[in-house]
Design a protein around this ligand. Sequence first.
Ligand SMILES: Cc1ncc(COP(=O)(O)O)c(C=O)c1O
Length: 386
Amino acid sequence: MMTCLFENYARWDIEIESGSGTHVVDSTGTAYLDFTSGIGVCNLGHCHPSVIESVSNQMQKLWHTSNLFKSSLQEQVAEKLTEFSNGSSVFFCNSGAEANEAAIKLARKYTGKSKIITFHQSFHGRTLGTMAATGQDKVKQGFGPMLETFIHLPFNDIEALKNEIDDETAAVMLEIIQGEGGVFPAEESFLLELENLCQKHGALLIVDEVQTGIGRTGTPFAYQHYQISPDIITSAKGLGNGFPTGAMIGKEQLKTAFNPGSHGSTFGGNPLAMSAAKATLDTVFEKEFLSEVNNKGNYLFEKLSEQLSSLKSLKSIRYKGLMFGLEFSEEVGPLLSLLRENGLIVLSAGPNVMRLLPPLTVTYEEMDVAIEKISTTLLESKKATC
Ligand SMILES: Cc1ncc(COP(=O)(O)O)c(C=O)c1O
């Protein structure tokens, strides 16, 4: 088919036309269970009623003013983000890459240094800065030269970090669970030592919570599973439940580094985006809601482990809350296609990892259906290749 679009996405041959909760329907009327949430975005499921109501109300009032004006909506969302994190100031933008760009700029300006350490297999975005920060060569091919001030180290390797971090280091940036890189969690001891090293060398600790934040792992932000206190937290994806928005949250002492004119975004903190974020956070940050995310994650893990125990090609299941990575000894691409044919949409994370990011509102019945589809599809495909 002729297309007027740049072909920078390997798109599936499906057009989703509508969605509700965990369900989506394509242009041919075929229904699917969506265990991707639009790549970790619709954490409250598709077309969540309270988000619809909040955005619809705002739509009738005002769409855009600019950051020349005060905004009580931005204040309310910022209050919520700081109440549920250790930060005290928020900068709003429109995407994960922009939130990370803001973090990189803030770290440079606050410390007066430029060296930033990130990790192999990390993913931080597609802008020139965040692409350079990303620890995956495939993302960079053809776009060089890269910004030179990023150093990439093996993940969870504290010795490598000890050898590299010095007083010239502005920041260490990492995902608490590497999402695009294969659903690999940071180890607790690594995080604790990493924080100590940052403090010793006057380097800021930046956690990229673009994928892991907004309840995905069963806490408001994933770093809260550990006794660490990052200087900067970045957020996007789930923040607007599908309405594009991002945020960078910083600790109190960083506030003075951003003054009028030092950074900005025309659309950042747009009223429609803020109305979506407000409604989203009002639900997701509720204690009972988050404890259910943990319960559901444990249930999904137990059932998947049980049902797939005879599958030799399954090497491990990694999960926290409702962020899952099933690692196989073979490429998962063909399995993803078979699952779609059977009405379940899941993701990959690298060649061998099947990633599940269901809406946090997923029901136990929907999980049972998905587990059944995964086990029958995977076990049958094994039979067919034996
Ligand atoms: C951890 C992480 N950081 C940053 C990004 C980039 O976000 P965006 O695509 O909104 O720019 C992503 C997107 O997948 C991500 O997973």
